[in-house]
Design a protein around this ligand. Structure first.
Ligand code: PLP
Length: 380
């Protein structure tokens, strides 16, 4: 078994979560829309999960729309609001996940202008640029709560104030924050928020768009009128139950988990810095479990592959296509040199990681980096 340091990609399902799901995978298979007892039990389970999700982000249960995950929720916000508005400007940060970037880009074909908001060298959205951007007529603003590569927390509450002044609908993708740091929908002043279960010890295939009561939104999927007509399709009851259980677990252990992963990160960053790594975004407030780094002249993909051979699972920051490896758009937006950006690697810790694993990892890194540097020097 390899040591798993890739919790921002996905987490294992926690045992408590799995236990909560099991009855709905086996005996309690009723359709939540059915009128008989089996259906009623499924409906009650979905309603309880809705309350658990709502509690994590301090909203009313009716504001939670269950969907298949973060990608669907982000698409739903961008396309679902655009369907109600006259084309104007959508302002998104230059470091959004592709499932915000691409739906926004698709609006350009229908007369929308996509305005990318700049970030500074630490990877934080520049508020002056936000103010400047929304001085033009703006229908929507979307800025993520924490970036999925650097882990850097974004000033969403301040961005939401500018969006409010501009009378734009404000969305935040909180996929990488929920369960790691406290998230309060009202305090952020947003109109919509994206959550995903599998990033917080829940199952894959469940997520939510949390919506403000007055948000005008057209469904992406029409049919039997589930989820208040906003998302038709028979509910994935086991996954929704798991999502609810994961939210409850997250609420109860957030402080402990945060302290635990922050200690691992501090240890790994000390060791990486001693080996000569550059750590991205480390001067800005970040989610506690994530570190993003690169070694000069060492390709991130090669580092990930070599460390995988040594038994460590982590992510590279490069976007691979069939023909090329592009440096991370997030790092380029931060002004990082493209050659250094090609070296980017992300570690994201979770509940089961230990200090001993970090120590073993640092030994492996020193060996692999030494070997790859010698190869790079010979190649020159
Ligand atoms: N938003 C962010 C910031 C993410 O990191 C991810 C997944 O990596 C998503 C959205 C997509 O979520 P899902 O995998 O649930 O579709």
């Amino acid at each position: 078994m390899s040591t798993y340091f890739d919790h921002d990609a996905t987490t294992p399902i926690d045992d408590h979560v799995l236990q909560a799901m099991m009855p709905y995978l086996r005996d309690q298979y009723g359709n939540a829309s059915s009128r008989h007892d089996s259906g009623t039990r499924a409906r009650r389970a979905v309603n309880m999960a809705r309350e658990q999700v709502a509690a994590l982000v301090s909203v009313q249960p009716a504001q939670v729309v269950f969907v298949s995950g973060g990608t669907e929720a982000n698409n739903m916000f961008v396309k679902g609001i655009a369907a109600y508005l006259k084309p104007s400007q959508i302002a998104i940060s230059a470091i959004e996940h592709p499932c915000v970037m691409k739906p926004a880009a698709s609006l350009a074909r229908t007369g929308w202008k996509v305005r990318k908001l700049n970030v500074d060298a630490n990877g934080t959205v520049n508020l002056e640029d936000v103010e400047h951007a929304v001085s033009a007529p703006t229908g929507m603003v979307s800025v993520m709560l924490a970036n999925n590569e650097t882990g850097v927390l974004q000033p969403v509450a301040q961005v939401a104030e500018y969006a409010r002044t501009a009378r734009a609908w404000m969305h935040t993708d909180a996929v990488q924050c929920a369960g790691k740091v406290p998230v309060d929908f009202e305090a952020l002043g947003v109109h919509a928020m994206t959550l995903s279960a599998h990033k917080m010890y829940g199952p894959k295939g469940a997520g939510a768009l949390v919506v403000h009561k007055r948000l005008p939104i057209k469904p992406l999927i029409d049919g039997g009128g589930h989820e208040g007509g906003l998302r038709s399709g028979t509910e994935n009851v086991p996954a929704i139950v798991g999502f609810g259980a994961a939210c409850e677990l997250a609420g109860s252990r957030m402080a402990t988990l945060s302290d635990h992963t922050a200690a691992l990160r501090a240890a790994v960053e000390r060791g990486l810095a001693e080996c000569g790594a550059t750590i991205f975004g480390s001067r800005a407030p970040r989610i506690p479990n994530t570190t993003y780094f690169a070694f000069k002249n060492i390709d991130g993909e090669s580092l990930v592959i070599e460390l995988n051979k040594c038994g460590f699972a982590m992510a590279s920051g490069a976007a691979c296509s069939s023909t090329s490896t592009e440096p991370s758009a997030t790092l380029l937006a931060m002004g990082v040199d493209p050659d250094l950006a090609r070296g980017a690697v992300r570690l994201s810790f979770g509940a089961d990681n230990t200090l001993q694993q970090v120590e073993e990892f640092l030994i492996a890194v020193a060996n692999v980096v030494g070997r790859l540097s010698r190869l790079a020097a010979v190649a020159v």
